[in-house]
Write a protein of this length. Structure first.
Length: 276
């Protein structure tokens, strides 16, 4: 499959594109062809990064785990919604952010200099922003605290509002999407996503690659997270069938989520001549 224009750099999704995780995000299997494709880009001097919508771990924790199973992703090449959220929070000057997420989420934000607090702490009662991320231990107390702050005017941000992601055990639902739904139903306020498919995410991707957004190849398995982002931002969407979406489902996508090209897996970037 050919493209009208060839990307000058690439962003790769993780789950379903480069790896398949287990449902608890504790073990990874590299998708065939992924490591070879990344190595080929390095040999050609073509910039690339990986961006996941998973927010459970900071890059300094997750990237070494990827390398341990054979995927050559340096810490500085891995980005999460927390990367985007932290940048936005600092730019907007939030004094304190109530985090509904794991300790890994808090660690990632605090590494960037964001002041965080958790449900039940004295600071939570005056937080001027709420951030919902990966939070499998979420309780009604957490949701109540978040709703209270949003109803009082706090900003409402989330790592991801995408309902599913691909694992080696099949589709798994995103905790942040479910939590967002509860808060939005109570407060009437929808969250502002920081991960894919937000314009904030594509802006960071292009900035890190040193490219214009229209020169970025967005490679992923999700029509909403990756292809919608690519289409909305004028980037080049390259879909894979190694994750949550098969060829028939890709062919049925509306124009605003339709990929520019479809390949079996990231190894197809080489086989189909999509990289120079």
């Amino acid at each position: 499959m050919t493209l009208d224009r060839r990307p000058k750099g690439f962003m790769f999704d993780l789950d379903g594109t480069l790896i398949l995780s287990d449902r608890k995000l504790g073990g990874y299997t590299v998708i065939p062809g992924a490591a070879e494709a990344l190595a080929a880009l390095d040999e050609r001097g073509i910039p690339w990064i990986a961006m996941t919508n998973g927010s459970a771990y900071p890059a300094s924790v997750q990237a070494p785990r990827l390398r341990a199973v054979g995927l050559p992703v340096a810490d500085e090449r891995l980005f999460t919604p927390n990367s985007v959220a932290g940048k936005v929070m600092l730019q907007r000057g939030y004094a304190r952010v109530l985090v509904l997420g794991t300790q890994g989420v808090v660690d990632a934000l605090e590494e960037m200099g964001v002041a965080c607090c958790l449900t039940g702490s004295p600071e939570a009662e005056s937080a001027d922003a709420v951030y919902v991320a990966w939070h499998p231990e979420c309780t009604m107390d957490h949701i109540h605290a978040a709703c209270s702050r949003v109803l009082d005017g706090a900003a409402f941000l989330t790592a991801s509002d995408v309902p599913y992601f691909a694992t080696k055990d099949g589709r798994s639902f995103g905790y942040s999407c479910a939590i967002n739904g509860a808060i939005a139903r109570v407060t009437g306020h929808e969250p502002e996503p920081c991960g894919k498919p937000s314009a904030l995410a594509l802006e960071l991707i292009a900035e890190e690659l040193g490219l214009a957004e229209q020169d970025v190849g967005v490679v992923g398995d999700d029509a909403v997270a990756e292809m919608q982002m690519a289409r909305a931002g004028g980037a080049i969407g390259i879909a894979v069938t190694s994750g949550s979406t098969d060829r028939a489902q890709w062919a049925a996508q509306p124009p605003e989520r339709a990929p520019h090209a479809v390949i079996d897996n990231v190894g197809g970037l080489l086989a189909d001549g999509l990289i120079g």
